[in-house]
Write a protein that binds this ligand. Sequence first.
Ligand SMILES: [Fe+2]
Length: 377
Amino acid sequence: MNVIDTVPSPVHLTAEAAPGQPEPTPALEQLYRGFEQEMLVPLWTQIGDLMPLHPKSKAGAHLWRWDRLVQLAEEAGRIVPVGRGGERRAIALANPTLGGRPFATPTLWAAIQYLMPGEDAPEHRHSQHAFRFVVEGEGVWTVVNGDSVRMSRGDFLPQGGWNWHAHRNAASKPMAWIDGLDIPFAYYTESQFFEFGRESLSAAERIQPEYSRSERLWAYPGLRPVSQPGEQPATPLLAYRWVDTDRALNEQLALEAEGCAATLSPGHAAVRYTNPTNGRDVLPTIRTEMHRVRSGARTQTRREVGSSVFQVFDGQGTVTVGDRQWQVRRGDMFVVPSWQAFSAQCDAGQASLDLFRFSDTPIFEAVHAYRVQIDAA
Ligand SMILES: [Fe+2]
């Protein structure tokens, strides 16, 4: 007797009198029992779920409030040490529709990470692509392949897979930030690799430069070092500073006011972080953008293939995701599942609503499966 004979079949088929289904008869029931025994499932009982007319995400929209995330991260900072094994004091957003796994969407991981004064998060590397985004605070340097990179409010720090990295809090205060990775995508596709690094950083890596080596080499718009030819799959630039992002968004809105075509729609400026070696997304699997919605303005409504996670960087407003709607403020994080309608409106009286967004769009573009539908505001 083999193992399969001793385990009840996980396949359960019910003959139903329904449109598109064969007439329930004893012969059909007998056929279905045969399918169950041999681990077979006919398409005609599954087609509505497997091949819907458009994406029907099993992941729901969900919102996490920043004040609670920070409060719980602070408690973890007091109770939970950071070190080898657990690797990071990172607390992931678990979308309640994804079975309690630490997955924000079917492809994306989002977590709040918290480092106490003087603490180091140990060095490691993994094939998953990652970034950090700082909604508040400063004082932590992330060390990527020996390059020490400052983290301050509004900074975006991407890091392609398989690069060594550690974090170090050089300040006298704790610091929180968010991590985004393609962990669920790598998990479902069983494509992960991981390696532990050194136990501690060298003295040369424990410095706190204003600008990393990567920025000194790559951070000049439209200028690439001639010594670094060729395309790289992930950006070699390890920090995109808020001063540049903020200025780019302001200028789009200023140009719009001058009658120039510069914004995505009236009152909605947006920039995408790009890889300076090829102009494409900073990471092969993750698209990252910053959006600014002017006071009182509302974005168009978009449906897109693939899922997104947003964090409110600044301002207050109302976001609508499918049939959910929330009033949001600084730091709040929410998920937009595949093909659910999304729009955002900035409250009147606020200077702007700034939204950091990351999505799995490059995956779908790579396999020519990306679609978008835009409705007017
Ligand atoms: Fe990591």
